[in-house]
Design a protein around this ligand. Sequence first.
Ligand SMILES: Cc1cc2nc3c(=O)[nH]c(=O)nc-3n(C[C@H](O)[C@H](O)[C@H](O)COP(=O)(O)OP(=O)(O)OC[C@H]3O[C@@H](n4cnc5c(N)ncnc54)[C@H](O)[C@@H]3O)c2cc1C
Length: 462
Amino acid sequence: MTRVVVLGGGIAGLATAFRRTSPGETLVLEAAPRAGGSIRTIREDGFTLECGPNTLRTTEAAERLLADLGLEPDVVIADGKAPRWIVRGGSPRAVVPGPAALFNKVFTIAGKLRLLKEPFVAPRPASLEDESVHSFFARRFGEEAAVYGAGPMVSGVYAGDPRTLSMRSAFPKLWEAEGTAGSVVRGLLRKKEKKGGAAARAHHRARTLTFNGGLFTLIETLQNRLRERPGFHFEMNAAAVAIEGPRTPAPPGCRWTVRCGDGRSFDADVLVSTLSAPATARLLGNVLTRSAAALEAVPSSPVTVVMQAYRAPASANDAPRGFGGLIPQVEGFRSLGILYPASLFTGRAPEGFVLTTSFLGGALDRALAGAPDADLLAVAAAEVARFFPRLGPAARSWIARWPEAIPQLPLGHHRTLSALEQDLAALDAVAPGALHVTGGFRDGIALGERIASGEGIGKSLA
Ligand SMILES: Cc1cc2nc3c(=O)[nH]c(=O)nc-3n(C[C@H](O)[C@H](O)[C@H](O)COP(=O)(O)OP(=O)(O)OC[C@H]3O[C@@H](n4cnc5c(N)ncnc54)[C@H](O)[C@@H]3O)c2cc1C
C-alpha cells in the first residue's frame, strides 16, 4: 500500500489528501501549529474576521469540494451587486469589470477611446516572450489603463509591482488571448464563444462566497472529515528541513525520507509538495536540477492586514458599503486596498458595528508591512477616515502579518516552469508518480485554483 506524504497543510495540501481515493496511508506535514496556511479566521465577541483571503471565487473543483463536504448550508454568498471602487483624484469611483468599464469614472474620455482601440493595436512580435504587466497593458490598452486598471489589479491579486511582475505567468489567460487572436478583446470573445457550449453543458456558475464561520470553516471541515479516514495522519509543528531520495529501485514504503526540524523523520513512496517555490527548491534541489536555482529566487511580497471595527454611524451613507476597493500607487495612499467585509457578507460583525480590512505593504512598500503595530493602525485608520470622515475612531483593531504572502512571478518565469516540467518528467521516467509539485508559483494563487490543483493531484495518486 502506497504511503503518501503531503508537505504543507494549507488548502492545497488538505484538498490533495481529501481527494485521494486510492488505499494507503496519507500523512500531511505542517510546519505551523495549525492547519490552513494563508486561511485564518478570527472569531471573537461576535466578529468573524479574515486574516488572509476574504473570498472564495468558486471553480468547478471548489463547488465539488463544498458539495462533498456538505458545506452548502454554511455558505454565505457575497452581495453580487456590491460595488467595487478604484481611487482616482483622491476619491473612490465605482467600477464594473469588463466592457462596462467604458462607462465608469475611473478613466478619462481619452483613456476610454484608447481602450476601444485595443483590437486594432498590432499584435506582439513573435520575439516578445514575456513582459511586465504594466508594459502589456500600456501597449494594448494605453498608459492610463496600465496605471488605473492593471496597477490596482496587481495590488489586489498579487500585492505586487506591475513593472516587474510577469504578464505571461501572472495573467496567462490575457497573455494567451493576445497570442491566439492578436488582440486581447478578440481572444477573450472567441474563448467565450467556444466556452459557451461547454459551460452550458457543465452548468458551472462561479460564486463569490465565504461561510457562516468564515473561510476557516473549510479547513476545519476538511480536517474533521480527513480524521475519520483510516490511514490519514496530520502532523503539526512538523517543518520538513531535508529530504532524502528518491531511492530507485524503491524499497517498499521508503522511496523518500522526510526529515523534520525537531528530529522526527517520515518515509514515503510518494511526495506531494505544496510549499513555496524557494522551499520546494531547497528541499528537492537534488531532483529539480534544472529548475531549483530559479525556483529558489522567486520572491514573495509581504502583506500586513489591518482589520478594524467601527461603531456604525447614524447615517448608512457614512458607512462603508459594497465590496471595497483598490488604490493605484500614483494616488499617494499607502493602503493597497480596503475591503468592507460586513457589507459584503452578512454575519461578520455584531449589530451596531461596521468593518474595514486594509491591506498594507506589498512588493512596493515592504518596509510598511514590517512596521510596528501602532504605525500600521495609524496608517489604516487615517486612510479609512479619508473615505469615511464621519466614522470616528476604530473601536477595535486586529493585525495579521504575512511576511511571505504572495509569490511574485518574475519576467521569464515560464522558462523556470518548463525546466520544472522537465525535471519532473525525468524523475517520472525512473520513479513513476513519485513526486508532485503544486503551488501558487505554478498553477494559480486563487483559492479556487489551489483547490483544483489539490483535486487533480489527489485523484492521480496511486
Ligand atoms: C493576505 C492574503 C489575502 C488573500 N486573499 C485572497 C482572496 O481573497 N481570495 C483568494 O482566492 N485568494 C487569496 N489569497 C491567496 C490564497 O489565500 C493562497 O494562494 C492560498 O491560500 C495558498 O494555499 P496553499 O495551500 O497553496 O499554500 P499555503 O496556504 O501557503 O499553505 C502551505 C503550508 O505549508 C506550510 N509549510 C511551509 N513550509 C513548510 C515545511 N518546510 N514543512 C511543512 N510545512 C510547511 C505552511 O505553514 C502552510 O501552512 C490571499 C493570500 C493572502 C496572504
